[in-house]
Design a protein around this ligand. Structure first.
Ligand code: ATP
Ligand code: MG
Length: 511
């Protein structure tokens, strides 16, 4: 774009560095962002993307370098300063206040419209919130505490908060991780409108297709440094992956190992508060995909099997040497004892104890395995097991004793996965296992799924990325509004057909 080449940058990051104990998270980074430009930022988990964003936001202080906003040096020692300078942020880990409503969160820290005598004009506030959400195509209850909203809805609230700031630059760190395709389309439409109005956008995502769809330039980071900045039109996905990882990543899905015909888990007529009448058999060595839109009941199904959501009707049988045993896990602890492990989708609220070290988070649910005598834990073995699992998953950390809070988003996700693998797993329940995980690590996770199934483990896989479900699963079931609408052979269907079942258009099948 001509205007991009000639104009003064909206924001200039110059030779900025940030060191954490043991890691140079951002290393001498320079980057120019222009008005009216959507700039992509990509890199592996732990490359330093979010740290760079936090420096720009004034949430953490840089050690070196300068940042210019419209040509003027900015201190950026405090988040208010970034806000005053017209910069808005959607952070990777959302900063919502859980017991505030959507309206309150959207206007948090912004100027409230006032009535003549000074009181807050709540009616105007609500209308304004409604309008911003409408732009996003989001239908969200305005008066519930946001803690009661789904992860996707919370993201939309957080996006609305950034839009309501009327900023000149909006930084989006993994905004689409928990959005549906439709919501992503709305977001992109909003981004294009912003761009026409001259707003700049810095856009971070591990989904390279999005980067190609929405950006004009791309910057690649690796180990804290900028590898290159390029016009989007001049690069291919292969180039990006090569720059990000230093290697080429070719086959995305490893060949499936053949599933057996030996039943492992039989579910019949299972119903919960939302799901109704779900029936399937998972075989040893099989990956059974669970497709459906967000809110279709996929997560509840996994949580019921894991003893984390109430089962109202139906039966679950686990097959073993002694035939089929009826089971009804009433708690995650009981599910783990039976050999069922869940990697949940919402890592920060459901998965991790952020202040505790990696190894404790990994072994948490299997402490019995690490007991030396009675209650005394064998710390050495805990740490060894963590290091081994970490290596298998390509976990990037300084030490197994590091608090999980210090890991990058994608690496936190790997800890959740590591924990699910720490015990004797027979049935692995995976809810969005690769959300926020970089291309290289995705490959590692796919390979681990393949290896586990080769050992006879059965996997129930929920993922919003249809290619992932189709690439990994042998068969899949499709849920729509809590009901099972189809059971399909993964090799025999394409994405369109699965989507048609998800949306309820076209053919329906008796399950
Ligand atoms: N508070 C902290 N204390 C210590 N180290 C940290 C802290 N925050 C981040 N780091 C480290 O800084 C490095 C960069 O992390 P950052 O979160 O910026 O990565 P990222 O590129 O955003 O990764 P992801 O794609 O997984 O979100 C990592 O090695 C991470 O462990
Ligand atoms: Mg990040």
């Amino acid at each position: 774009m001509a205007q991009v080449a000639s104009a003064q940058p909206l924001v200039s990051i110059r030779r900025v560095s940030k060191r954490y104990p043991g890691v140079l998270a951002v290393d001498d980074v320079s980057l120019d962002l222009f008005a009216g430009e959507v700039h992509g930022l990509v890199g592996e988990n732990g490359a330093g993307k979010s740290t760079l964003i936090k420096l720009l936001a004034g949430a953490i202080a840089r050690d070196q370098g300068e940042i210019l906003v419209r040509g003027r040096p900015a201190e950026l020692r405090h988040v208010w300063e970034a806000k005053r300078l017209g910069l808005a942020f959607i952070h990777q880990e959302l900063n919502l206040i859980p017991y505030f409503t959507a309206v309150e969160n959207i206007f948090l820290g912004h100027a409230y419209p006032r009535r003549r005598w000074g009181g807050v004009d709540w009616r105007r506030l609500r209308m304004h919130a409604q309008k911003v959400l409408e732009q996003l195509g989001a239908d969200i209850p305005l008066d519930l505490p946001v803690s009661r909203l789904s992860p996707g809805q919370q993201t939309l609230v957080s996006i609305a908060h950034a839009l309501a700031a009327d900023a000149d630059l909006i930084v989006m760190d993994e905004p689409t991780a928990s959005l549906t395709d439709q919501e992503i389309e709305h977001l992109f439409a909003v981004i294009r409108t912003l761009q026409q109005r001259g707003v700049g956008v810095l856009y971070i995502s591990h989904r390279l297709a999005e980067i190609f769809a929405i950006t004009q330039r791309i910057t690649v980071m690796r180990n804290g440094r900028v590898v290159t900045t390029q016009p989007t039109a001049a690069v291919t996905e292969r180039d990006l992956v090569q720059w990000m990882t230093g290697r080429t990543v070719d086959t995305i899905y490893p060949p499936r190992s053949p599933a057996t015909q030996t039943p492992l888990l039989t579910v019949a007529g299972l119903s919960g508060h939302f799901c109704r009448d779900i029936s399937f058999t998972l075989h040893r060595g099989e990956v059974l995909g669970v497709a459906g839109l967000i809110g279709s009941g996929r997560s509840e199904l996994l949580r019921m099997l894991f003893g984390a959501a109430p089962v109202l009707a139906g039966s679950i049988h686990l097959h073993g040497e002694r035939g089929a045993q009826p089971i009804r896990p009433r708690s995650p602890a009981e599910a783990y004892r039976l050999g069922l492990a869940l990697a949940p989708e919402e890592r920060r609220s459901q998965g991790l104890v952020l202040t505790r070290p990696i190894y404790e988070n990994t072994t948490l649910t299997f402490l019995r395995n690490f007991a030396r005598s009675g209650w005394l834990l064998d710390r050495r073995r805990e740490i060894d097991a963590t290091v081994q699992l970490g290596a298998r998953l390509g976990l990037r950390s300084r030490s197994p004793r590091q608090p999980v809070a210090q890991l990058s988003g994608g690496n936190q996700q790997k800890v959740v996965f590591a924990r699910a693998l720490a015990g004797e797993v027979r049935v692995l329940l995976l809810d969005e296992p690769t959300r926020g995980v970089d291309v290289g690590a995705k490959q590692d996770i796919y390979r681990i799924i393949r290896d586990l199934t080769a050992q006879g483990v059965g996997v129930l896989l929920v993922s919003s990325e249809l290619p992932e479900v189709l690439g990994l699963a042998h068969r899949l079931i499709v849920l729509r509004e809590g009901r099972q609408v189809a059971t399909l052979d993964a090799d025999a269907v394409g994405e369109e057909e699965v989507l048609a079942y998800c949306f309820g258009v076209g053919a329906t099948q008796a399950p």
